[in-house]
Design a protein around this ligand. Structure first.
Ligand SMILES: [Zn+2]
Length: 367
């Protein structure tokens, strides 16, 4: 046996793990996972993807550890999907959906799944992408929206029917609701309809993609076809369509806000964002939205800000995997040394954006 199959806490032997990765050794699937820091993805040893460079690889015993490092499951080898566990978690997902109006505890859910609360918490998160509590909140939020759509008109009633218990608890959830539901996330956007348009800006071509709930893609590029390919790669399961003429009202409003922002007339860009990400990425992205225009923070400061002071490198990777430029202002995070660090859309653009924001902030402080 190459790598120990037991789940003891003994550290993984990195050399043996690496041999298994190079050899795509299916016999080691389940014994460990490897993460590729440059792509932000983690894989089973047997994954058919191109063998990464050794220096970019890290080894993990569990998917949970890889996710805590800001990595996400490879779409090719699907490392989270051990058949039995996945079936149990999906059954639990259905149970939560059907009983979202009840008061559900982790102990209760654990009993349903035949697992201890702590084991359930970890497994659910590894398979579904969020904790049972977050999933439950999502269901309640959807239930709330649905009962409003059905035209009851009774907001208070809908809040209680959805299991929120109070108005303030609902708004807490709405405010922090940045992400797609876990199922949307796992399905690569399947079932979503994404409308997109490309416009010419001072910083180059900008492709804006949106679902009916908000922006899901906002990226700079040089060629329209290349930008559309990137959109497709990010949401392989979604139906894409070019913006109809005239564009829907919400879309025109978002575009106008963006243009004002890029022309320097509206420093704070507050657009609804509808993106997919791991729980860790979501946390980082939400935090970035709290950094005001004109300010910058280091990766380390962001890590401290989200209460995970040792996660500066994972923060940098979460910044690099942001798919909505500007609306999640990852350009406001730089190196502790004051160097600009990286930017997915090129350092020149980062420099222009920061200079522009600094100048505006200084000007508005004076007047
Ligand atoms: Zn893989």
């Amino acid at each position: 046996m190459l790598v120990s199959q037991d789940r003891s806490m003994a550290p993984l032997d990195a050399d043996l793990c690496w041999q298994a990765v190079v050899g795509r050794d299916a016999g080691q699937d389940g014994a460990f996972l490897y993460g590729v820091l440059t792509t932000g993805v983690f894989c089973r040893p047997s994954c058919g993807a191109r063998t990464p460079k050794r220096e970019n690889v890290r080894f993990y015993r569990t998917a949970g550890e890889a996710e805590r490092d800001g990595l996400r499951a490879c779409l090719r080898c699907k490392p989270l999907e051990t058949a039995g566990m996945r079936a149990r978690m999906l059954a639990l997902v259905r149970y939560i959906e059907q009983n979202a109006g009840e008061s559900l505890t982790l102990v209760h859910l654990g009993r349903q799944a035949g697992m201890s609360p702590a084991h359930l918490q970890r497994t659910f998160k590894a398979v579904v992408g969020v904790s049972p509590k977050q999933y439950l909140d999502n269901c309640r939020l959807r239930g709330f929206k649905a009962s409003l759509r059905e035209g009851e008109g009774d907001v208070t009633g809908a809040i209680f029917d959805a299991g929120f218990g109070s108005l303030s608890r609902l708004y807490e959830k709405v405010d922090t609701q940045l992400g797609m539901t876990p199922m949307e996330y796992r399905a690569g956007g399947r079932g979503l309809e994404i409308t997109y348009a490309v416009s010419r800006t001072a910083l180059g071509l900008l492709l804006l993609g949106a679902t009916d709930r908000g922006l899901c893609f906002l990226q700079f590029g040089d060629e329209e076809s290349e930008l559309v390919e990137k959109l497709r790669a990010e949401y392989p399961g979604a139906a894409l369509r070019a913006m109809p003429e005239p564009p829907p009202e919400s879309f025109s409003a978002w575009m106008a806000a963006l243009n004002r922002h890029l022309e320097g007339q509206a420093p704070d860009l507050r657009l609804p964002v509808h993106v997919r990400g791991t729980a860790f990425q979501m946390k980082v992205w939400r935090y970035l939205q709290s950094i005001p225009a004109g300010a910058v923070e280091s990766y380390q400061e962001v890590a401290q800000g989200i209460g995970q002071p040792t996660a500066a490198r994972a923060v940098a990777r979460a910044c690099a995997s942001n798919v909505v430029a500007l609306a999640i202002p990852c350009h406001r995070v730089i190196r502790g040394s004051g160097e600009l660090g990286g930017y997915r859309w090129g350092l020149d653009r980062k420099r222009v954006l920061l200079d522009q924001e600094r100048t505006q902030a200084a000007a508005s402080a004076i007047t």
